[in-house]
Ligand binder design. Structure first.
Ligand SMILES: Cc1ncc(COP(=O)(O)O)c(C=O)c1O
Length: 385
C-alpha cells in the first residue's frame, strides 16, 4: 500500500527543482522557459527502464491508464472485453467508457482471474482480456497469456496493485501487450493521483500518446498549436508536479516492496498455524508486492467475526470481508452495461461470491509497529479455533 508513508525530502527536492528551473508545470513546450527541465518525460524514461520496456506513458490516474490502453485497440460497439469479477470498479468503468461490453469471470484461489473460467467466456466478439493482480498477488499469467495467444485475444494487465512485483522475474505489467499502473495515494508508489502505461510496441505507444493528448502527434517540425493529428482523443496528461514526485517515489519502490514483504511475512508467521487459516494461492515464481495479507477462513461468519475482533482490538481489515462492494462485480447493479450482459449480478459469479465472503485481508504497511503480528494473532485466535 504505502508510497505515502515514505514521502519526504526527496519528493520536495524534485518539486523545488521545477521552480528553480523556471516553474513550467506543463509537460510539453515552453522550451525557452524551462532550462531543460522535463519531469514527466524523465519519469516515463525512468519507469520504462525500471520495467525493462521500450516505452512508458504517464497519465492522470490508473483509471485513465486503462481507458487510454483500450483506446489503442480501437474497439467497436459490441466488442467484448473480459476482466475478473474481483477488481476495483475502475477496470469495468474503463471498458464501458471505451464503448465495449464489460464481461467478468470468476476468480480462483489466487483471488485473480480463473483461467478455467476465462476460456469459455471468450466469443468471436472478445477483443481483449484484462488480468488484474489484486492486492499485489500476480494472476496466473502463464495460463492466461497462453489462452489469449491461442484464441487471438489481446492481453492487458491492470497492475494498479502490482507495481514492483513480478512473475518468473518478469515485472507485472510487462506480460501483456500493455500494462497499466496506478499512483493514487494508496499504492506502492504514489504521485497523489496518477498512472502509467507500459508498451512493448512503438505503434501502440504513439497511438496512446496522441489519444491521451487530444490527438496531438507532437510533430517536431511544427509548433504545438499547428500540430498534426490523425484522430481525436482526450486529455489525460500528467503534470510536471506529479512527474517530479513520481521520480522520487520510483527510487524508493524496491525498498517499499521489500519492507512490505518483510512485514507481511511477520504477520503470516504469527497466524499461519491457527486452525482454519487457509493461505491464498500464489503462482510459483511470484514476487508479490504484499499490499495486503489475505487468507481464507472456513465460513463467511468466521471471516466477519475475525473482522469484528480486529476492529475491537484497534486493528483493521482492507476490502475483505467488509468493503467488497467497490471490488466485486456481483454488487455492481449500478452498471447497466454489466447487467445487460450477465443478468442478475447477485447470482452471476457464485464461486467468487462464496470465496470472497470467506476471506480476510489485512493491510500491510512499510512502517509497521513490531507488536502488530502478535496483536493480530491475539485478536483472531479465539474466533478461528
Ligand atoms: C485494480 C485497480 N484498477 C484500477 C484502479 C484505478 O486507479 P486510480 O485510483 O489511480 O484511478 C485501482 C485503484 O484502486 C485498482 O485497484
Amino acid at each position: 500500500m504505502p508510497g505515502f508513508e515514505v514521502i519526504g525530502a526527496e519528493e520536495q527536492t524534485e518539486i523545488n527543482d521545477i521552480f528553480a528551473r523556471g516553474g513550467v508545470l506543463f509537460r510539453h513546450g515552453f522550451d525557452a522557459l524551462r532550462n531543460d527541465c522535463y519531469k514527466v518525460r524523465e519519469f516515463e524514461a525512468a519507469f520504462a527502464a525500471y520495467m525493462g520496456v521500450p516505452h512508458a506513458l504517464a497519465v492522470t490516474s490508473g483509471t485513465a491508464a486503462l481507458r487510454v490502453a483500450l483506446a489503442v485497440l480501437d474497439l467497436q460497439p459490441g466488442d467484448e472485453v473480459i476482466t475478473q469479477s474481483f477488481t476495483f470498479v475502475a477496470t469495468a468503468e474503463a471498458i464501458i467508457e471505451a464503448r465495449a461490453v464489460p464481461v467478468c469471470c470468476e476468480v480462483d484461489a489466487t483471488l485473480n482471474m480463473d483461467p478455467d473460467d476465462l476460456e469459455p467466456r471468450i466469443t468471436p466478439r472478445t477483443k481483449a482480456v484484462i488480468a488484474v493482480h489484486m492486492l499485489g498477488t500476480p494472476a496466473r499469467l502463464r495460463e492466461i497469456s497462453e489462452i489469449c495467444r491461442r484464441r487471438n485475444v489481446v492481453l492487458l494487465e491492470d497492475a494498479a496493485w502490482g507495481c514492483g512485483g513480478s512473475l518468473d522475474a518478469r515485472p507485472l505489467g510487462t506480460w501483456g501487450r500493455m500494462g497499466t499502473f496506478s499512483f493514487d495515494f494508496a499504492k506502492t508508489m504514489t504521485t497523489g493521483e496518477g498512472g502509467m502505461i507500459v508498451f512493448g510496441d512503438r505503434g501502440d505507444y504513439e497511438r496512446a500518446a496522441a489519444w491521451h493528448d487530444h490527438g496531438h502527434e507532437n510533430n517536431p517540425t511544427v509548433p504545438r498549436w499547428e500540430d498534426t493529428r490523425s484522430g481525436s482523443g482526450f486529455n489525460y496528461r500528467m503534470t510536471e508536479l506529479q512527474g517530479a514526485v513520481g521520480l522520487a517515489q520510483l527510487r524508493k519502490l524496491d525498498e517499499v516492496v521489500r519492507r512490505q514483504r518483510t512485514n507481511r511475512d511477520a504477520i503470516w508467521r504469527a497466524i499461519h498455524d491457527l486452525p482454519g487459516v487457509i493461505a491464498r494461492a500464489v503462482p510459483v515464481g511470484s514476487v508479490e508486492t504484499a499490499d495486503a495479507l489475505v487468507f481464507e477462513t472456513s465460513s463467511p461468519e468466521v471471516a466477519r467475526e475475525a473482522r469484528n475482533q480486529l476492529v475491537a482490538a484497534g486493528l483493521s481489515t482492507k476490502i475483505l470481508p467488509e468493503a467488497v462492494t467497490w471490488h466485486f462485480a456481483g454488487t455492481w447493479s449500478h452498471m447497466p452495461e454489466l447487467v445487460a450482459h450477465h443478468g442478475d449480478l447477485s447470482i452471476a459469479f457464485p464461486a467468487t461470491a462464496q470465496r470472497l465472503a470467506r476471506c480476510v485481508s489485512l493491510p500491510v504497511v512499510v512502517n509497521m509497529d513490531e507488536a502488530v503480528p502478535a496483536r493480530v494473532r491475539t485478536a483472531i485466535e479465539s474466533v478461528l479455533i
